[in-house]
Design a protein around this ligand. Structure first.
Ligand code: PGA
Length: 249
């Protein structure tokens, strides 16, 4: 049985002070918080402070990115080794904003996933089609190649979470329809089984893209949806807690 997973991706929002204020408001709002699987991905500069402030909870610390080398002359980069030393447990890799604005290719993403796994970090691997790819009926082709290339030579599926995030639904308020989510998640599940065989059963598939307290019940009721990756709505303690406290929980 896969446990539902709720991940906050704060992107480039919140100062350290704002991050702590969020936690102080958020933690008491979540029902039965220690029975839930929750991760928060703050910016790098907030990771240490957030980590210290969630120490007494079961909330997991997550990073939004990592480089594929552990050290070296790579100005501005952060390594898996450095994250591990701060008790980071999960790293988001391959987010569409990294693919789009920072030219991350499937090959770079694959290197990053491998580097994180080597440091015993778990990975939230993001995939998803753009609007034009969907309109050209290329959704499955894109998901297929992102999964094949991103997961090439990866042998520890139990450390992988996949997040399906249609690019056109991210930050736009346009949620994919239940049918679109169902189809994509089924496709991803089958592809993971093809790659990893029975071991794929442990891999959780999250949906991301304009998730909100208003649509969480219907999203979580869809087959093969094992949780959500939340951007905008995760910045607000009330909204993110409502998402976690949804009907089935
Ligand atoms: P959103 O972002 O919830 O603001 O659409 C999701 C994401 O980018 O992970």
């Amino acid at each position: 049985m896969r446990r539902n997973f709720y991940v906050a991706n704060w992107k480039m929002y919140k100062t350290v002070k704002e991050a702590i204020e969020f936690l102080n408001a958020f933690i008491p709002l979540v029902k039965d918080i220690n029975a839930k699987d929750i991760a928060i991905a703050p910016s790098f500069v907030c990771i240490d402070a957030v980590g210290r402030n969630i120490k007494n909870t079961k909330i997991k610390l997550c990073a939004q990115n990592a480089f594929y080398e552990n050290q070296g002359a790579y100005t501005g980069e952060i390594s898996p080794l450095m994250l591990k030393a701060l008790d980071v447990e999960y790293v988001i890799i391959g987010h569409s904003e990294r693919r789009r604005y920072f030219n991350e290719t499937d090959e770079i993403i694959n290197k990053k996933i491998k580097a994180c796994l080597k440091e015993n970090l778990k990975v939230i691997f993001c995939i998803g089609e753009t609007l034009s790819e969907r309109e050209n009926n290329e959704t499955e082709k894109i998901l297929n190649s992102q999964l094949e290339n991103g997961l090439k030579e990866i042998e520890i599926p139990e450390s992988i979470v996949v997040a399906y995030e249609p690019v056109w639904a991210i930050g736009t308020g346009k949620v994919a329809s239940d049918e679109q989510i169902k189809e994509a998640h089924l496709f991803v599940r089958k592809k993971l089984e093809e790659i990893f065989g029975e071991k794929a059963q442990t891999i959780r598939i999250l949906y991301g893209g304009s998730v909100s307290p208003e649509n969480i019940d219907s999203i979580m009721a869809i087959e093969n949806v094992d949780g959500v990756l939340v951007g905008g709505a995760s910045l607000d303690p009330l909204k993110f807690s409502k998402i976690i406290n949804h009907k089935q929980n």
